[in-house]
Design a protein around this ligand. Structure first.
Ligand SMILES: Cc1ncc(COP(=O)(O)O)c(C=O)c1O
Length: 464
């Protein structure tokens, strides 16, 4: 049995090499090396065909909030499959779509009253940007055509969102394809340009040292050209793909003041931070700032099926609500918008959040994770340790005093990833930032085990 499986697995990998092209992957890496072949998942674990168990340390790209193989979500999808698997959503509706929308409006701030569905995080953000853009045409300020985004921000890989992203390397050769926009600095505290440079990771406005100078360029921009700006898009409190950069809540407060003063739309991309990740259901709950658009995906279906939602205000919705002949329709949609199976998974997940008090019960796990990372700062190759809620990140550097990075070609983060696999962890890094972002369903014991294993790897590895 084992032999048959091993043979078919390696054969499948050969067929994969022959036919497939994986995302974010230099396929040549796998010319000799094996893929991580996953057979099944259960709870916080993924298993290869031989039975080797891996912690799903990054929640399968940040979406498996309740873990794998959850009986309630599986059952909900199964039942929906017997009823309706798919129907287009233009002028059609169904129970799941209605119920999920009502629930999303209930659990988000009052100002957010309308839900527009799509099917992935990039489209959730594209929808917000397009709605904002068109809104200003209807609202009598057609000159507001520019968007502001952050360095190290990430909102997806479509050409539109690539243009509003600022992750070094992701733009690659595509710059010429993207539309013009304004870019402001990232609140990348451990490499803060205003505090005398590197090594200032623990600064916070609360400590009285930081005056949020990284927002000064935005203030100047809005002062000079605010009437051209339609909106600003950002990931509240945690820039995920940009390197798990955690920034202070005071940043959002000043940003909220500025956008209110200049009438600019605020677009919160909570594709990654939504659904408990920061220790609250939504990251916006850490502040009093409510955006004009809230973009959700990933954890919306607990990772079981693709789905996204863009929430907005009644005021924005009403600007589009008119006789057809007025030409105010929002012409945007995707084939799998509000797919009934996805809605069933989302509804089941939202019920689990509510009935099992998932967010309310996170406190101890958050404490174990955040307290458990302090010791990592003693490691020679760790330049910065940062975290929020159920995310902890370690920035690997060649020299932690000067925060000098490793030369990119040695792929320090990738070396750690490989070691992780030998130790039952999937520590897929973001460049040289290694992070832990487990399913919220992880137990305290499992969390301690993940931390211990990660520490062992980082203290034992010799990057070469
Ligand atoms: C904050 C954020 N926005 C948007 C996206 C894009 O989502 P998707 O990959 O589903 O298009 C991601 C994906 O990682 C993300 O982290």
């Amino acid at each position: 049995m084992t032999v048959r499986k091993a043979v078919s697995e390696s054969l499948l990998m050969d067929i994969d090499r022959h036919y497939l092209w994986h995302p974010y992957t230099q396929m040549k890496d796998f010319e000799q090396e094996d893929f991580l072949f996953i057979d099944h998942g259960d709870g916080v674990f993924l298993f290869d065909p031989s039975g080797m168990r891996y912690y799903d340390t990054i929640s399968s790209w940040w979406c498996m909030v309740h873990g794998h193989n959850h009986p309630r979500i599986k059952e909900a999808v199964r039942q929906q499959l017997d009823r309706l698997e798919h129907v287009h959503f233009a002028g059609t509706t169904h129970e799941g779509a209605v119920r999920v929308a009502k629930e999303l409006v209930r659990i988000t701030p009052d100002k957010l009253q309308r839900v527009f569905y799509s099917d992935n995080g990039s489209t959730a953000c594209e929808v917000a940007v397009k709605m904002s853009f068109q809104y200003w045409k209807h609202a009598g300020e057609p000159q507001r055509e520019m968007f502001v985004s952050l360095e190290r921000g990430y909102h997806g890989d479509t050409i539109g969102m690539l243009g509003l992203g600022g992750v070094p390397g992701f733009q690659g050769p595509f710059d010429a394809l993207t539309f013009d926009s304004f870019r402001i600095p990232s609140p990348y505290c451990c490499r803060c340009a205003h505090r005398g440079g590197p090594g200032m990771g623990s600064d916070s406005p609360g400590a009285g040292i930081c005056a949020l100078e990284c927002l000064d360029p935005l203030e100047r921009l809005l002062d000079e050209r605010g009437d051209e700006v339609a909106g600003i898009i950002l990931e509240p409190l945690l820039q995920g793909a940009g390197g798990m950069i955690v920034y202070p809540v005071e940043y959002l407060a000043r940003l909220g003041d500025l956008t209110a003063r200049y009438g600019t739309h605020l677009i919160f991309d909570e594709v990654a931070t939504g659904f408990g990740r920061t220790g609250k259901m939504f990251a916006l709950e850490h502040s009093n700032i409510v955006p004009d658009f809230l973009c959700l995906s990933k954890g919306l279906t607990a990772g079981y099926l693709p789905m996204a939602a863009t929430l907005t205000t009644e005021d924005i919705y009403q600007a589009f609500y008119a006789d057809y002949s007025e030409g105010k329709t929002f012409f945007h949609g995707h084939t799998f918008t509000a797919n009934p199976l996805s809605c069933a998974a989302a509804l089941a997940s939202l019920e689990i959040f509510e009935q099992e008090e998932v967010v309310e019960r996170l406190e101890e796990k958050v404490e174990v994770l955040q307290q458990g990372t302090g010791r990592f700062l003693d490691l020679e190759l760790v330049g910065d340790v940062r975290g929020i809620g159920m995310v902890a990140a370690f920035e690997l550097v060649q020299d932690s005093e000067s925060m000098t990075p490793f030369p990119p070609e040695i792929r320090a983060g990738w070396q750690v990833y490989r070691e992780g696999l030998k130790n039952g962890l999937i520590l897929r890094p973001l460049g040289d930032v290694v992070y832990i972002l487990p399913p919220l369903s992880i137990t305290v014991d499992q969390m301690e085990d993940v931390l211990d294993r990660t520490y062992e790897i980082l203290s034992g590895i010799r990057i070469k």
